[in-house]
Design a protein around this ligand. Structure first.
Ligand SMILES: [Zn+2]
Length: 527
């Protein structure tokens, strides 16, 4: 079913200088849940992720490891980054690497256009550069070093000394775009979210923008500047362009840019400025639409510290999925952390939510319902007769949850969407306790009532499977198969999610199958 809308969502492209940790996986899952939701709604959906492979930091890491930067990137992409997507069941539509010809050629096309149109000039630049950030730093962004760097100024993020660089570079006339950017932030409050991020970016631009140095000549690992091959393009300028090069910018044979752009960028808040200031200014200069939205999510904190390899708090996603499975990984991070805010990860919380919400709440509900249909109606879903107030209440809860969840997804409030969907789990569990189908089953005179109760809970499960498919695709696929509706209703991935709350879609007479535990009991001591 086509909705006529499009939805293009991106993750940041990740720097191939290290292996992925759960912070990266978190971003990927969020983008994937949004993409799966929109795909299931019939929107023309595209999810892009990929890797950022140029720049001095990669060159230095590769050299230190005795390989070429391309070999280094190839290995990391094949051994770490692509497997990450499988580990957490990300169904991306494309994976772009900035070393691919389709990207490099389109970057040159873009740059040449800006140069021809007078937005790029040659000039001298002197400034403090942090190789860790791949960014020139203002003096206000530096702090006093400690330990081995006592007495030096260091990057506030990396705690390592910055380098004083003086280069003849090409500059992008970013200063010309400050007013248009401020107008954008005020006319479209949704453009940068959440609110705290929007305020920060607005304050930054209000101080005025400098022109941006967009080339380097001291090393050559990058896209060559088309009119001067002694320079390579600044890695951020190159990397940001992936969002349009991947959908066919500069390729006249592709209609994707027209179909899908502008997109929604999910980014960590540390790189918000690049996405909400530099990137829209680049697009404005090129005469292209700015993104639909730039959304900065929060940090994952472990023991109060931001997740990162350099701080030794990095946890590999497989450490979680090997024990709890990919669905639990996806559910936990989307449910436990308000999207946009910082959130703490702990094994105890993960374990507790797995047991109470997934295993006892949702998994048990599914097994019990299918077992009762099997026991009392030989596996054939009975037709409902007359609905009581309690039954109608279930129908209302399902319909309200479905529409509230869709509205939450529109606002990128994934945690709220899950909370709304979970009202169905709680309602169905409470309904079963109240209606006591096992008591009704003992009385032949209550046969119709028993049928209505079991139809109600099975139809409720149908709605739950559809609504949870974007978050827990493995468990809901098993449930869908056990519900026996693949032939009558079609594949789960094809169920129109915005119609999930419409009552009565499950055909009476459907023959249900066995359902293994969706979230099996885990005996674990995490030490
Ligand atoms: Zn830094």
């Amino acid at each position: 079913m086509r909705s006529g809308k499009s939805f293009y969502v991106t993750t940041p492209i990740f720097y191939v200088n290290d292996a992925p940790h759960i912070g990266h996986a978190y971003t990927e899952v969020a983008a994937d849940v949004l993409a799966r939701w929109h795909r299931q709604a019939g929107d023309d959906t595209w999810m892009l992720t990929g890797t950022d492979e140029h720049g001095e930091k990669i060159l230095r890491t590769a050299t230190a490891n005795g390989v070429s930067p391309k070999e280094w990137a190839d290995t990391l992409v094949e051994k770490s980054w692509r497997p990450l997507l499988e580990t957490i069941d990300v169904a991306n539509d494309d994976f772009i690497r900035t070393t691919e010809p389709r990207h490099e050629e389109a970057v040159q096309t873009f740059l040449q256009k800006l140069y021809d149109d007078g937005f790029i000039y040659a000039g001298e630049y002197e400034g403090f550069y942090c190789v860790g950030c791949e960014e020139y730093k203002q003096e206000s962004e530096l702090v006093d070093g400690s330990g081995p760097y006592e007495g030096q100024k260091v990057c506030a993020i990396h705690s390592k000394p910055v380098e004083l660089l003086q280069e003849r570079n090409y500059f992008f006339r970013m200063s010309e775009f400050a007013d248009r950017l401020l107008a954008l932030y005020s006319e479209r409050p949704d453009f940068v979210q959440p609110e705290s991020a929007r305020n920060e970016v607005t304050q930054f631009v209000k101080q005025g923008l400098s022109d941006l140095s967009i080339s380097r000549s001291s090393f050559d690992w990058g896209v060559k500047v088309p009119w001067d091959d002694s320079h390579v393009v600044y890695v951020w300028f190159d990397a940001l362009l992936n969002y349009i090069t991947a959908i066919g910018y500069g390729d006249d044979s592709s209609d994707k840019l027209e179909r899908l752009w502008p997109g929604v960028h999910i980014v960590g808040k540390d790189i918000l400025r690049f996405h909400a200031v530099i990137w829209p200014a680049m697009l404005m200069a090129a005469g292209l639409d700015v993104p639909q939205r730039v959304y900065g999510h929060g940090w994952l904190l472990v023991g109060g510290e931001k997740m990162s390899k350099s701080k030794l708090t990095g946890i590999a996603p497989t450490e979680i999925t090997d024990t709890f499975g990919s669905d639990a990984f996806r559910y936990y991070f989307m449910r436990a952390i308000a999207f946009g805010q910082d959130g703490s990860f702990s094994w105890e919380d993960l374990s507790a939510r797995y047991q109470s919400e997934l295993a006892n709440g949702f998994g048990n509900l599914a097994s019990r319902v299918l077992a009762m249909v099997t026991r009392y109606f030989e596996g054939s879903v009975p037709a409902a007769s007359e609905y009581s107030d309690a039954d109608r209440h279930v129908q209302t809860v399902v319909a309200d949850a479905a529409s509230a969840a869709d509205a939450a997804i529109e606002k990128l409030a994934i945690h709220d969407a899950l909370a709304h969907i979970w009202t169905i789990v709680d309602e169905l569990n409470g309904y079963i306790t109240e209606q006591q189908p096992w008591v009704l089953a003992k009385d032949d005179a209550q046969r119709d009532r028993l049928a209505t109760v079991l139809y109600t809970v099975t139809e409720g499960l149908r709605a739950l499977a559809v609504l949870l498919a974007p978050v827990t695709p493995v468990a809901t696929d098993k449930l869908w198969t056990a519900l026996g509706v693949v032939d009558s209703l079609g594949a789960l991935a094809d169920q129109p999610i915005r119609d999930a709350g419409r009552w009565g879609q499950l055909p009476a007479g459907t023959v249900v199958g066995r359902l293994e535990a969706l979230f099996p009991r885990i005996e674990t001591t995490n030490d």
